[in-house]
Design a protein around this ligand. Structure first.
Ligand code: HEC
Ligand code: HEC
Length: 429
């Protein structure tokens, strides 16, 4: 009855029709509004999964040369997880401040010049005003809170930052230039260094597809090969995308710190500029374990220098970067360096294979003849086999002294210089 009443009348039909139409529009609108949110959350999940897959691929294929955390391995591959890769400019804020000070100073000085010219023909009242304003300008320029003092403060900050970054610069972070106006410029971006005009994502992805066939000529030990199945490599396109997403995920935006620059173990080499010419100061130690152990008795090891060459802060005497720390840090890619000495003394010393071995002999053998014994839990061939050619006797002594410092069983006591003759490094066959 009621239905009849409503639907039968033509006005009511129109009303019902309009109501339904509006209702449907609202429903469609609601779905459309929420679709964006739903897609975004879907995208986010997809992105997160891709990064996860990328991390696994990276651990399996890339860490031996680029390091477990992407900070590079000396001589094997450059850091990808670095402020240089993501183009962070450490001096951006300081440059802005310096430029602002310079600009204000120019404006004030030119205002003062104008006033001085006006002064000549001004009446007394105006002269009074001009005197007041020029005194004000002088204060803005030179008082204790004036521009000159502000500049001194900013320059001190700038110089402190340069000093903090110096160890990274020594390792290959681009050398900044202090300009005449006090600002600092540098090629702080890897893309700028290579004059790459595309995005970082396309840079990484393209490098993965094509590799760097020429890198063999300036990298001593490694070459970046092509990874794409399209060009004979090992990985599918979706895997290369996952790797790219994983690498881009390292970006910290504005939050890169000086510590991040210092944590890099190997910066990219720039072929033409030299990438640091290798200079040999002593012949290689060779691979004769017994002969090396015998000669070690004539050399005093310096643990501080050992620390530097082991952790890639300095080159070996043969001019090489050893990059031991890149693999041995935290025991991820190789046994942790703070446990090696005691690993032998606590565990290996009683094994028949090591009958008659001193801990020094075990260390030397582990370094120059890596295949002789493989520490359980690690793969054979993971540690490079060519260190006998890339370090001198002194380098060996220094590294052993460094590794010895971590021993709890047999703590290191520095030998007194002069008690033992320090031998010149001698050639080994
Ligand atoms: C055998 C050692 C080695 C392996 C393994 C390796 N790379 Fe490389 N990679 C290098 C070297 C060396 C370079 C530097 C090439 C150059 O300077 O032209 C490089 C460069 C790169 C670059 C460009 C970086 C730059 O600053 O120019 C990217 C990106 C990269 N590798 C990603 C990867 C990924 C991802 C993997 C794993 C799938 C991988 N690499 C595996 C040695 C290696
Ligand atoms: C590319 C990675 C890598 C680099 C670089 C590297 N190592 Fe290793 N190292 C390993 C791995 C993996 C093992 C364990 C497998 C084995 O015994 O060969 C190992 C084992 C050792 C051992 C035996 C450790 C123990 O607990 O018994 C010593 C000592 C050692 N490395 C010293 C060095 C020194 C010194 C350097 C630099 C001159 C160096 N490594 C560079 C990967 C590396």
């Amino acid at each position: 009855m009621l239905q009849r009443l409503l639907i039968d009348r033509i006005e009511n039909r129109i009303l019902v029709g309009i109501t339904m139409f509006v209702g449907i529009m609202i429903l469609i609108g609601w779905v459309a509004i929420n679709e964006g949110e739903r897609m975004r959350s879907f995208d986010n999940q997809f992105q997160a999964r891709s990064i996860e897959f990328g991390a696994e691929l990276f651990a399996a294929n890339c860490t031996s040369c680029h390091g477990t955390d992407g900070r590079g391995v000396g001589n094997f591959g450059p850091a990808l997880n670095s402020p240089l890769m993501f183009g962070h400019d450490y001096f951006a804020t300081i440059n802005d401040q310096i430029e602002a000070i310079n600009r204000q100073e120019i404006e004030l000085i030119s205002e003062k010049d104008g006033l001085m010219q006006e002064f000549v023909n001004a009446n007394d009242a105006r002269r009074e005003q001009i005197r007041a304003r020029t005194a004000e300008i002088d204060a803005l320029l030179t008082s204790e809170e004036g521009l000159a003092a502000q500049r001194t403060t900013v320059f001190a900050e700038r110089d402190a930052l340069l000093t903090q970054l110096q160890p990274a610069i020594d390792l290959g972070y681009p050398q900044p230039t202090v300009n005449e106006d006090g600002t600092v410029t540098s090629t702080f971006s890897r893309l700028a260094q290579l004059e790459w005009n595309g995005s970082l994502s396309s840079f990484v992805y393209t490098t993965l597809i094509h590799g760097r066939p020429t890198s063999k000529s300036y990298w001593e030990n490694a070459q970046m090969v092509s990874w794409s199945q399209q060009t004979g490599g090992a990985l599918r396109d979706d895997q290369l995308r996952n790797l790219t997403n994983y690498i881009l995920n390292w970006d910290k935006g504005d939050a890169w710190t000086v510590e991040d620059a210092l944590a890099v173990l190997q910066y990219p080499l720039v072929p033409v500029v030299g990438g640091g010419e290798a200079v040999a100061a002593a012949p290689p130690v060779g691979a004769d374990v017994d002969a090396i152990v015998e000669q070690l008795a004539t050399v005093i090891g310096d643990p501080a220098r050992g620390d530097q060459i082991y952790n890639n802060q300095a080159r070996s005497q043969t001019g090489a970067r050893l990059g031991c720390g890149g693999c041995h840090l935290n025991g991820v890619a190789g046994p942790a360096h703070n446990a090696k000495w005691d690993h032998f003394l606590n565990e290996l010393v009683n094994e028949p294979q090591f009958a008659g071995y001193s801990v020094e002999k075990y260390m030397v053998e582990s370094i120059v003849n890596t295949g002789a014994y493989i520490v359980s839990g690690y793969a054979a061939g993971a540690m490079p086999g060519d260190f006998s050619n890339r370090m001198s006797l002194q380098d060996m002594a220094d590294i052993l002294a460094y590794l010895h410092t971590f021993s709890a069983v047999d703590p290191y006591v520095a030998p007194v210089a002069g008690e033992q003759p320090v031998a010149e490094a001698t050639p080994e066959s």
